[in-house]
Every structure is written in C-alpha cells, then in structure tokens.
Design a protein around this ligand. Sequence first.
Ligand code: SF4
Length: 279
Amino acid sequence: MKVYLCAISNISSGTCAEDCAFCTQSAKYGADIERYRYKPIENIVKEAKRAKAAKAVGFCLVTAGKGVEAKTLDFVCEAAKAVKKEVGDISLIGCNGTAGVEELKEMKKAGIENYNHNLETSKSFYKNICTTHTWQERYQTCLNVKEAGLNLCTGGIFGMGESETQREELLKEIASLEPMSVPINFFHPNPALPIKKSPLSKEEALNIVQRAKELLPNSMIMVAGGRELVFGEDWPALLEAGANSIVIGDYLTTKGEEPSKDLAILEKLGYEIAQNCHE
Ligand code: SF4
C-alpha cells in the first residue's frame, strides 16, 4: 500500500478573533503558543524544501483567522508562488479559513491546487464548539472549493465531547462533499482551552478511521493532529484500519515526530511512499 505524506506550515499564527473551543490559536483563550502575523517567505520556502526532502508530497499553507481578507490572500499567493519557484514539484494546499469562489480562484492562479477547510464537527454538535461562525458557512466554503476547481480536503476533530452518533453524522456530512482527502484529527487537550476532555482511546480512534474508510472509499484518509498523542509508536495501526496518509513534522501549535523516524517505520513495515499527490 502507498502512503501519502503531507507537511503543514503555520504561516500566520495565533491571531484569531474567533472562539473555536478546540483551537489554541484563538486569541480569546490566551494559550501559551507562538504568535506572529506573517512568517517570512524565505522561512516558508526553507520549510517546504525540508518537507520535500522528507518525502512529503503535499505542503499546506495555513493561516489563523476566520477567513482570507485581502492582505492575507496576497500573502498566501506570494508564499505559494515562492514555494513553486524554489521547490517545484510539491502539491500546495491552502488552508485559510472561510473563502469565496473568487478568492479561491486567485489562489489557484498562484499555484495552489488543493484547499483544506474542515467541517470540524457534526452540524448538531457545532454549537458546543463555536459561536462566532456557523457550520453552514464551513460547508459552503467546501462547496466553493469545488466550484473554484480546487481539490477539496475536509475532515474534522474527534474527541471533543461529541457522541458516537455525532461522529457518524460528521463522517456522513464529509462524505456528502466527496473530498479528495479527509484529515482526521484527534483532540489535543490544552489547559487554556474550554474543552476538558482526555485524549481518545486507541480503540475509539481506530474505529473512527475504519468508519471513515467505509464511508469514503475513494478519498485519501489522512491522520493529522493527535496521532502521536493517542498512539505513540503504535500509529501504524491507523494504516491497517484504513488510513493511507499522515501529516509529518510539526503541527500548527504542537510538536510532531521527527519525519525521519516516521519514514524509517514506514520503510521497515514495507509501505511504499507516494511520489506525488495524485498518483
Ligand atoms: S477560525 Fe480557525 S484559527 Fe480561528 S479559532 Fe477557529 S479554528 Fe482557530
């Protein structure tokens, strides 16, 4: 089986006015994280080069904030063009919040091929995790991504207090969008956040991945945040359960595993590492 590796870069961190209860980047909760408006372009390019050297086929440009205002759109496009020029063959993913079709088309022109916008949780649980913007707005951005001709990556975060029925609801809502890729995150507790939940058990996490694969047989199932937290070194069990993609390196505000360590495990187990995002 082929495994797709993806890396993320937090190019604008921790300056968000929204109140998503799972997110340390909300300025409201004062979590102890690094905060900066715009990461220097040369640093973004360096990270993309490192990601490519670590066999990542995708590189995600993430900005904190509800949506892409004009200045952020210009910055994301500038970063995308610089990475394309300096690094070349790595598939770029925009992840910049609520976006309209025109803004998404601008990103596409700058070399971004995919857009990540998570539904985060089911429609029925959403009011428990966010009051400053709606679930419908999130769903609409996902539709806009498709209309703009970009590949859609949409998933969510599990373990925030939602019921099993609501997990199923979320996976079906994701499936209704027929995304290319489904990022699955396991909630990472932080003392500053209002959600007070322990990490999911391995069994619960494996059930989620297995069900995602059943409902989305044609999508890439990507395990993102919380992989190390929930599984430690046992994370390859996620691949057996149906995942075929992982995020390597650091996450937005938490440390990840050294990519070389993940690669060594994959190679030892005989997994083939994908050479590009769409093969
Ligand atoms: S809109 Fe995005 S960056 Fe802002 S609090 Fe919500 S998840 Fe975090």
